[in-house]
Design a protein around this ligand. Sequence first.
Ligand SMILES: C[S@@+](CC[C@H](N)C(=O)[O-])C[C@H]1O[C@@H](n2cnc3c(N)ncnc32)[C@H](O)[C@@H]1O
Length: 362
Amino acid sequence: MPIPTIDPSTYAGQLADKVSQFKHNFAAFALPEPEVFASEPLHYRMRAEFRMWHDGERIDYAMFDPAEPKVPVTIEHFPQACESISAMMPRLRERLQGSLVLRHRLFQIEFLATLSGEMLITLVYHRPLDESWEPAARELAAELGVKLIGRSRKQKIVLEQDWVLESLELNGRQLRYQQIEGSFTQPNAGVNRKMLGWACAQAASLDGDLLELYCGNGNFTVALAPCFGHVLATEVSKTSVGAANYNLLANGIDNVQMVRMSSEEISGALARTREYLRMKDVDLDSYRFTTLFVDPPRSGLDAPTVELARGFDRILYISCNPLTLQDNVAALQDTHQISAAAVFDQFPYTHHLECGLLLTRR
Ligand SMILES: C[S@@+](CC[C@H](N)C(=O)[O-])C[C@H]1O[C@@H](n2cnc3c(N)ncnc32)[C@H](O)[C@@H]1O
């Protein structure tokens, strides 16, 4: 995929093309008219990473076109990045340029920003970080008002903390989310808010208990929990489970049990074919599951998880890959139909499209 170029005048047209492709791909499944949630056409990404290109004394942000992987494309502006990252980029570059200890063998820079105004910057080096790095980095962090991490092979120096706190308004609630460096968070915060709103609107008329798979840091869990009696939420990444537990507490949610489990494991646990120590505090018989919420990686649901899904009256499915979603919907077609659909343009100017379906038992 070449480095995406941004021309906001083409935005509406490129989204219309993606929506029409989506409708075409799902036409065989009696797709209801999808709700379409556009992105901001500029400044929509809360995460960005760049290689640093050294030319003599000079350093520049750079990206590489996979078609020409050895030729750096130096970047002065990156209008995909949110306003705060865009504003920070030249300040940071100039500051690093002026400090040999901070720029020496600097390989990559990663930005993570929030709507709440926090920012975490990770500087990745191709050299061990010695004792001169930390004071210089502390001064930089204080000057720029950011959290800073230094990384090198087998080395991670966290100056303050390795996370930021997001805060966003949803249906009159102010939701708070810990987002940890290096673990999954939705890249387009504006569109993420629209996804949360759509998911809550679908769940408003549902009842019973919810099983959630692939919950990450509890992004949807925190938003959806008040719609259900009880929630069992699962996720495979230990770091994300830690963040999800933090976020349940931070948002005063007390009807969710979190378990670190892969989707493959939870299928076995619910079918009672396997027992897990991690489930020892979970009384599966106490749940009255009616709804399954899934937000899997690009590979979609594996076959055992599709079979698990078949047992639910309602499946609320957020997907970042319409192709694997299509396969999963086809596999469930004999038992479930699409009752509502939405597309969310998380990744403007690329062919990627996030989508949501509510599947209900026939
Ligand atoms: C697309 S992200 C969604 C996370 C979360 N729902 C959100 O909105 O931020 C997919 C999540 O699935 C997790 N994951 C990947 N493979 C998994 C598996 N086999 N079982 C359970 N979780 C998995 C990843 O760690 C990641 O947190």
